[in-house]
Design a protein around this ligand. Sequence first.
Ligand code: ZN
Length: 144
Amino acid sequence: MSELDELYQSLILDHNRAPRNYHALDDATAHAEGRNPLCGDSYEIWLRLDGNTVADAAFLGQGCAISKASASMMTQAIKGRTVAEARALFDAFHQLVAGSGRAEALPAKLRVFQGVRAFPIRVKCATLSWHAMKEALDRSGSPA
Ligand code: ZN
């Protein structure tokens, strides 16, 4: 295992052990749930949209280390971004783990999930919270 792989592994383990933004949002304006029955992952995502900005993002739930770390890093990545930027991150992340995207399009930390490509069954674990985030945005009626 390369040094980079070890760094990435430790990042996933760290976010799994101590997930960031791991709470409900009382003043959320958008909400969605994501489930992955294949793995048993189940999460709720809350967003607080302020105009075109994702002012706050949080999540709660249970699942494997990849799914929890992905949700944790996603909330960090989209906080303070515009809705359009959050949607662009979703697209880039999905392309990254599904195998066709370039990692350079994403913040460095999120490139950790590129390794998921080699394990198709894990792609759903990594993208679950992202799909829920996109669904929450779609439901909120925010512009595409
Ligand atoms: Zn999983």
